[in-house]
Design a protein around this ligand. Structure first.
Ligand code: MN
Length: 395
């Protein structure tokens, strides 16, 4: 990221690029200091106070990336407002806007992450909020195609940093990282389809209270092919489609009831290891971090999918299928910070349904803060080209 003035200049440069040759200069006036304040937390890049103006994730600059392929970034936030794959409480279509609202204060004091000793808002990386992928609420099959193609369009663009260095000498191109704001968990299937087209089968770390590998006949029955793809079965389909890298995937935070012990067998066939939520009582956050690292390794490209119901409903009540006995926000944030050495290529956070939240915005704030840790470890790791990860040459 850049200073406020650089960001403004970048935004204007992009606007000029997008709209032709009209030269735009910053508007000035004799009382400019009264209505345009660039002090952090009292104006900053958007010239709005942190509690006013239009919401973007962490008050990051908004760019209409889907409509303008020249816009470049290293990390982009993108919303997928889909919730017609839910089994219990609907409402996650409002997740992207809710998480943005809950993220307003993230960089009020500048955004420096003390335990990680990095500042994701002021680093080498250009980080943008690209708005939402348009998603129909009337046709699930069509909506999942919209999400896959929108994500793939954003994923396969040259990143802002290091793109020019990724010349013919490199077998593949370096890609930007995307962080998707859900949406119910069904969206992870089209997101993994997009990732698979760019990287091939990928290692998945899945934070959730639920397995989400259920066979359609177990989870909600299977009255139709469309109904068989929902927020409890998408990992089953991902496994069947070969989107998951064999025997490197792991769930963490699991505590749901089952149809029977065979659900765990089926989960193993889908390629997952399980860390139960209650294990934190005996092995602590350090033990859980170690289990995850041992399973996924530090060289594989890793996709991170976070269901907000990993957290106990005391900390995140506004979700589709809450389960008591979960982790605290402190514990989940610590565990995510423990993954800083991994090669995270993309991430999502899902199942935030703001209509069930408290007036204090507990859930959307928790989701925003968890993503702050994700964003921090991505920035701290550096460009993907420096992680030894390039996209396949055929892209
Ligand atoms: Mn869940």
């Amino acid at each position: 990221m850049h200073s406020a003035s650089t960001l403004l200049a970048l935004g204007l440069a992009t606007a000029v690029a997008a709209h032709g040759n009209h030269q735009q200069q910053p508007i000035e006036g004799p009382l400019q200091s009264l209505w345009y304040n660039t002090l952090p937390g009292d104006g900053g890049t958007q010239a709005d106070s942190v509690f006013s103006g239009i919401s973007t994730f962490g008050r990051l600059p908004y760019q209409p990336c889907l409509g303008h392929s020249a816009i470049q970034y290293d990390i982009a936030f993108i919303g997928a407002p889909f919730d017609t794959g839910t089994s219990y409480r609907p409402g996650a279509r409002f997740g992207p806007s809710g998480i943005r609202q809950g993220s307003r204060r993230l960089n009020l004091y500048g955004g420096y992450n003390v335990p990680l000793a990095t500042n994701p808002f002021n680093s080498w990386a250009t980080v943008l909020d690209c708005g939402d992928i348009p998603v129909t609420s009337y046709d699930n099959t069509y909506a999942l195609r919209q999400i896959e193609e929108g994500h793939f369009h954003l994923l396969t663009r040259p990143p802002a940093t290091d793109a020019s260095k990724a010349g013919p000498a490199l077998a593949g191109r370096t890609l930007p990282r995307l962080i998707t704001l859900g949406g119910d968990h069904t969206i992870t299937l089209p997101l993994l389809r997009s990732i698979n087209r760019a990287y091939g089968p990928v290692t998945v770390i899945h934070f959730d209270s639920h397995l989400d590998t259920w066979r359609p006949k177990v989870f909600g029955g299977s009255p139709s092919d469309v109904a068989s793809v929902n927020h409890g079965t998408y990992f089953y389909h991902a496994s069947q489609e070969g989107l998951l890298r064999n025997d490197t995937n792991i769930h963490a935070g699991i505590r749901t009831t089952l149809s029977g012990p065979s659900d765990y067998d089926n989960d193993g066939y889908c390629g997952f290891q399980i860390v139960e939520a209650r294990e934190i009582d005996t092995i602590g956050t350090a033990g859980i971090i170690k289990k995850i690292l041992d399973r996924v390794g530090t060289t594989n490209p890793v996709y991170l999918s976070i269901d907000i119901d990993t957290l106990d409903p005391a900390f995140a009540p506004a979700t589709g299928t809450p389960e008591t006995g979960g982790w605290t926000t402190r514990e989940l944030r610590t565990i995510i910070r423990g993954l800083e050495d991994l090669n995270l290529i993309a991430a999502d956070i899902v199942e935030v349904a703001p209509a069930y939240d408290t007036n204090a915005e507990l859930t959307t704030m928790a989701a925003a803060d968890v993503l702050y840790e994700v964003m921090s470890i991505m920035v701290k790791k550096g460009p993907l080209s420096k992680s030894g990860i390039d996209a396949p040459a055929e892209l």
